[in-house]
Design a protein around this ligand. Structure first.
Ligand code: HEC
Ligand code: HEC
Length: 204
């Protein structure tokens, strides 16, 4: 019994030390988000981005963008939970979310680790992509989390299908793009962008 108490005390201490990373998932997140994004914001659907570890500011501004339909909202199917098998999209979901819940969910997700996806990539293209990414993108996008609190989204290890779709949306003008990023994109051709995508997929 004594050792049980010691074990319990130890677990509580660990919870306290680890702080918010160990905080329970907000109920609203379990109900409204985890069915697609997974617990802690990591999932195995190649078209649904992993969002645990994204900065709180990025998450909140992105949710606002979806609610205002400034970004395309491709339909997705709930992979688990009470709505399993049904479809929805981020514009509907973000519109239905009130400010307090969005704030709580974003705070929780920001405290989770970002989970990289193990996915196929072409090593030769990835090697070509590295110097291009280093030169054109690392000013704002970190590779190993060296830009702490990265407010531009996490790219290395994010899902290839998702990244490719975002690049197409930026190029097609359907997702807003900052002027500074636009300048970088305009200097690259399709092949170079694909090399960057392969480089990003090599982080797993
Ligand atoms: C029905 C499935 C589904 C549910 C439920 C869902 N999402 Fe999403 N979410 C997606 C898909 C698919 C995308 C990618 C959209 C795209 O390609 O632009 C996405 C994208 C996002 C992004 C943008 C990520 C980025 O890198 O820019 C954020 C943030 C996000 N979701 C947060 C949430 C939150 C918070 C909830 C719960 C309130 C939620 N999502 C519920 C499917 C879902
Ligand atoms: C001047 C800063 C800057 C530079 C340089 C930059 N980006 Fe970005 N990028 C951003 C910002 C800010 C966002 C978030 C946009 C938003 O809020 O929707 C972003 C978002 C993205 C996204 C979407 C992330 C997500 O999770 O949905 C991709 C993909 C991306 N950038 C690729 C690139 C690539 C590839 C390069 C290099 C060619 C690059 N960026 C260079 C600032 C930059």
């Amino acid at each position: 019994m004594k050792s049980m108490n010691a074990l319990f005390a130890c677990t509580v201490a660990q919870l306290l030390i680890a702080g918010s990373t160990w905080a329970a998932e907000p109920g609203k997140m379990t109900e409204a988000c985890a069915g697609c994004h997974g617990p802690n914001g990591a999932n195995t659907d190649v078209s649904v981005p992993n969002i645990g570890g994204y900065s709180k500011a990025y998450l909140l501004s992105t949710l606002e963008g979806f609610a205002a339909q400034k970004r395309p909202c491709p339909e997705a199917t709930y992979a688990s939970g009470s709505k399993k098998g049904t479809k929805s999209d981020m514009c509907q979901i973000a519109k239905a979310l009130d400010k307090a819940d969005a704030d709580q969910i974003a705070g929780y997700l920001a405290a989770q680790p970002f989970v990289r996806t193990k996915q196929k990539f072409d090593p030769a293209l990835a090697e070509k992509g590295k110097p291009i990414f280093d030169k054109s993108c690392t000013k704002c996008h970190s590779v190993e989390g060296e830009i702490s609190n990265d407010d531009a989204g996490i790219l290395p290890g994010q899902k290839t299908e998702y990244i490719t779709r975002q690049i197409a949306e930026f190029a097609g003008g359907t997702r807003p793009i900052s002027k500074n990023m636009k300048t970088r994109f305009e200097k690259l051709n399709k092949a170079e962008l694909e090399e960057i995508v392969q480089y990003l997929a090599s982080f797993n």
